[in-house]
Design a protein around this ligand. Structure first.
Ligand code: PMP
Ligand code: GLN
Length: 384
């Protein structure tokens, strides 16, 4: 393994999912639902397979049906208009979109500002692209992890090429507010920065304000690469269909990198996701409300078990502080948790450069059936 990647080792998700299997624990680590998404969407994939749609290489930018559906989704939900032919790119999940965007847009030595804790692929992809990551830490404030806008401003230097944002934010569940996004947009315009924004949890926002894409702010459409994915919104994380929306020059750049990573992602699923994106508003509302009930079930259980709980405004993760349990090392806590309670969780420290900042925080996924969450809550009480 070369020096760029040596520090990354095995992803925490693979490690913790293997631990869950080995110990027969309830896996609240890696974020994936334990029930599949809409049956009609699975049937759409079966039909595409059977009818031979996408069984041979689909077009590099993605099948036209899906690109059109992505553009229609951005218009329907946010009033953003993108040309399906020049401003939409289909990727192998959001993961490839992140990689391709960073590989396409960074010069070696460019600085990338990312909100810490950050999703683990960001650090690895910045490193593969030869960039330098500059973390800006979200810190607990009144029950949520908040961004310090002064710190963000101070992090920008003459070498800053782009901001890598994520809202709703994994692992904290923070959703950036309109005021914060406004300030970020002003900073990006003032310092002439590109922004890559990972919005895969766009349909999992529990606050009335909902999700506000950064690209809707003044001056942002032309400098923002917006990334999303079908995995979260439609509960088919194994299909790996994601997409990028951006101005033509940015999409062309990302596509240049993407064509040498995977060329294109699996064909039949793209047709099914095109149908999923066109589901009526009721689907998206019901999905969010179902996940809100699950959030409350697990957050209440964790609070009863003695954790300090940061009830998330978005995503399907809840971050906790383990110090009220007399613990301070999230790694040690998560390694012992299968034995102590039959549960697997993720130590947030893996998402930090400043490991000590993340040490007491542990993330639990709540995208699981209610009976599983109730069983988990019961087991966690044993920790008191
Ligand atoms: N970004 C974030 C913040 C995520 O949580 C995830 C999935 N866990 C991804 C990207 C990757 O999405 P995909 O599975 O579509 O590659
Ligand atoms: N995004 C998921 C999580 O945060 C996991 C995805 C993965 O395994 N890479 O849990």
């Amino acid at each position: 393994l070369n020096r760029r990647l040596a520090e990354f080792g095995t992803t925490i998700f693979a490690e913790m999912s293997a631990l869950a299997l080995r110990t027969g624990s309830i896996n609240l680590g890696q974020g994936f639902p334990d029930t599949d998404g809409p049956e009609e969407i699975r049937e759409a994939a079966v039909r595409a397979l059977r009818d031979g749609r996408g069984n041979q290489y689909p077009p590099g930018p993605g099948v036209p049906e899906l690109r059109t559906a992505v553009a229609a989704h951005q218009r329907r939900h946010y009033g953003l208009s993108y040309d399906p032919d020049t401003e939409v790119l289909v990727t192998a999940g959001a993961t490839e979109a992140i990689a391709a965007a960073l590989l396409a847009l960074l010069e070696p030595g460019d600085e990338v500002i990312a909100l810490e804790p950050y999703y683990d692929s960001y650090a690895a992809c910045i490193a593969m692209a030869g960039g330098t990551r500059v973390p800006v830490t979200l810190r607990p404030h009144e029950g949520a992890f908040r961004l310090d806008l002064d710190e963000l401003r101070a992090a920008v230097t003459d070498r800053t090429r782009l901001l890598l944002l994520n809202t709703p934010h994994n692992p904290t569940g923070t959703v950036l507010t309109r005021a914060e996004l406004t300030a970020i947009a002003e900073l990006a315009v003032e310092r002439d920065l590109l922004v890559v924004t990972d919005e895969v949890y766009e349909h999992l926002v529990f606050d009335p304000a909902g999700h506000i894409p950064l690209a809707t702010f003044p001056g942002m459409r032309e400098r923002t690469v917006t990334i999303s994915s079908s995995g979260k919104t439609f509960s088919y994380t194994g299909w790996k269909v994601g997409w990028v929306t951006a101005a033509p020059a940015l999409v062309t750049a990302v596509r240049s990198a993407k064509q040498y990573l995977t060329y294109v992602s699996a064909g039949p699923f793209q047709y099914a996701v095109a149908e999923a994106l066109a589901l009526p508003d009721g689907y998206f509302t019901a999905f969010r409300e179902d996940m809100r009930a699950k959030r409350d079930l697990l957050a209440d259980g964790l609070a009863e078990a003695g954790f300090d709980v940061f009830r998330p405004s978005g995503t399907y993760f809840v971050t906790t502080d383990i110090r009220p349990l007399g613990e301070s090392d999230g790694f040690a806590f998560c390694r012992a948790l299968p034995e102590r309670a039959g549960i697997v969780a993720i130590p947030n420290a893996v998402f930090y450069d400043h490991r000590e900042e993340g040490a007491p925080f542990v993330r639990f996924a709540f995208c699981k059936r209610p009976e599983v969450l109730r069983e988990a809550a019961g087991r966690l009480k044993a920790l008191r």
